[in-house]
Design a protein around this ligand. Structure first.
Ligand SMILES: [Zn+2]
Length: 500
């Protein structure tokens, strides 16, 4: 669902298509990618999805998933053919109620030829029937479907949906969702948004989940397993739904002592980042051996390993901060990943400041000193890190220093105004790093290009740490002491989908 399509963005995308190999885009055929500079074949061209309705059945015993996806979209050009991204086995496709022919191509493309060509601006309904065993499907060496002893979990970035539903798999095309999953009684199915109903019949329970706000494909999650469910409401009345695997063992207490603070942390974040853009919150901790977390919309995914050393509110602060920075305001292309990770890491620094475990200025100064000039860390440019470094520690840590540099430059009042108003100005939309640079400059009343060029776009260690405009954000003087939160944040940071 593209809420804000600017004329300039359309021109830019059109320009990208011309750079594809000759013949890749034929008149009447939707492009096999949206033109992402890092992942050229991710997403598809020629249509805009409004809604996904997923009606699924999952058997935890053998990891068998079957279902029907109904996708409502609008053609953005005349189409004789278009693509979806998907990796499971498809048995039937209908387009506008007529059987369509389909074929596989590339690593994850489903090419669909409707019985009747589609006209530009025409509403389109696509029905895809499919089945498969997600844990046995590997694409380009990747399989983010996490099999657990009691089920399975879909949580991956930048790709995750191919293993459980066909989609236009790119954050530039957000949509609303109804996710309905039938699982054996005694097993729960967790997804995003609000639980509309859970009905048991003949030994199976159907869970009906709804996401009523625009949501990117990679932020759409599914977890099936044996969970303990904890529900609550925030002080502001928002429903909280969290789920903990019944097999967390010794990590259970620390997991609950962290994710159990989701509401408190969200209320604090609302004070810092402005109105919460969605209608639910919570989190889930399945019994997976992974070490990453993911900001799946309204319901972040956490690995038990985050809680092995005790309670870890920092990872909750990080994933929930993404609800504003990444989920509400999403990247235009994956090159813009700093808009997600720089801000989520900086949110941890603000939490540290509030908790008295080290100010953001202290953390920025310590981080600056921590990495010597010859460390490869400084060669990664957070503003354009490259696909291979999309989740490099520099995107997080140098990315957060960039925000501290901005704070020092413009002062606290303007800085926090920028943090609060950026999500409102780009609500449910997409943005580029350059959009933020221009936006911050507008609110500051002067261009800030030099500052961001230094911290985001120039390889090598900047000559000096960020300067401070006032006492509250002042950098410490004298020898640098390790902030008390440093190790806690690094513990979180090293595992925040940094393994990708
Ligand atoms: Zn993150």
């Amino acid at each position: 669902m593209r809420k804000k399509v600017l004329a300039t963005a359309v021109v830019a995308l059109a320009g990208m298509f011309t750079s594809l190999p000759a013949g890749a885009v034929t008149a009447g055929q939707g492009a096999p990618g949206v033109g992402d500079p890092y992942y050229p074949d991710y997403g598809n061209g020629g249509y805009d999805v409004a809604h996904y309705d997923l009606r699924l059945k999952y058997q935890p015993a053998d990891d068998h998933l079957e279902g029907t996806a109904t996708i409502t979209a609008t053609a953005t050009q005349d189409l004789t053919r278009f693509n979806l991204d998907f990796a499971l086995t498809v048995s039937e496709v209908l387009v506008n109620n007529r059987k369509a022919t389909f074929a596989r191509s590339g690593a994850h493309e489903l090419e669909i030829t409707p019985a009747l060509p589609l006209r530009r601006n025409q509403p389109v309904t696509v029905v895809v029937r499919y089945a498969g065993t997600p844990s046995q499907v590997t694409v380009n060496g990747i399989n983010p479907w996490l099999r657990t002893p009691d089920g399975g979990v879909a949580a991956g970035e930048p790709e995750g949906s191919w293993w459980w539903f066909p989609s236009n798999d790119h954050p530039s095309d957000k949509a609303t969702y109804d996710v309905s999953v039938l699982v054996p009684d005694g097993t729960q199915a967790i997804s995003n948004g609000t639980l509309q109903s859970a009905v048991s019949r003949l030994g199976w329970t159907r869970y009906n989940w709804r996401s009523s706000k625009p949501q990117a494909t990679y932020l759409t999650t599914l977890a099936v397993g044996r969970f303990e469910i904890v529900t609550d409401t925030t002080e502001s009345g928002l429903p909280v739904f969290s789920a903990y695997s019944r097999d967390l063992g010794a990590d259970e207490g620390a997991a609950k002592a962290s994710v159990g603070r989701a509401a408190e942390i969200l209320d604090w974040e609302t004070g810092v980042f402005g109105p919460y853009p969605f209608d639910a919150i919570g989190g889930y901790v399945p019994n997976v051996p992974t070490g990453y977390a993911l900001e799946t919309q309204t319901r972040p995914f956490y690995s038990p390993r985050h809680f092995r050393s005790g309670a870890n509110p920092y990872v909750v602060v990080h994933e929930q901060a993404h609800q504003w920075f990444g989920d509400d305001v999403s990247v235009r292309t994956w090159r813009d990943i700093w808009l997600n990770e720089g801000f989520a890491r900086y949110a941890e620094w603000l939490w540290s400041e509030k908790e008295g475990e080290g100010t953001a200025a202290e953390l920025a100064a310590y981080t600056y000193g921590f990495y010597p000039a010859d460390n490869p860390f400084w060669q990664v440019r957070p503003g354009d890190p490259g696909a291979e470094n999309q989740f490099h520690a520099a995107v997080y840590n140098r990315g957060a220093i960039a925000l501290q540099a901005l704070r020092g430059e413009v002062g606290d009042q303007t800085f926090f105004k920028i943090l609060k108003s950026w999500p409102v100005a780009n609500k449910y939309g997409n943005a580029r790093v350059e959009d933020f640079v221009a936006y911050a400059g507008r609110l500051a009343g002067r261009p800030l290009d030099d500052l961001f060029r230094t911290w985001l776009f120039t390889a090598g260690k900047p000559a000096s740490p960020p300067v401070a405009a006032n006492a509250r954000s002042a950098a410490p003087t004298g020898p640098l002491q390790e902030p008390r939160s440093w190790k806690k944040i690094q513990r979180e940071g090293l595992s925040d989908h940094a393994e990708h």
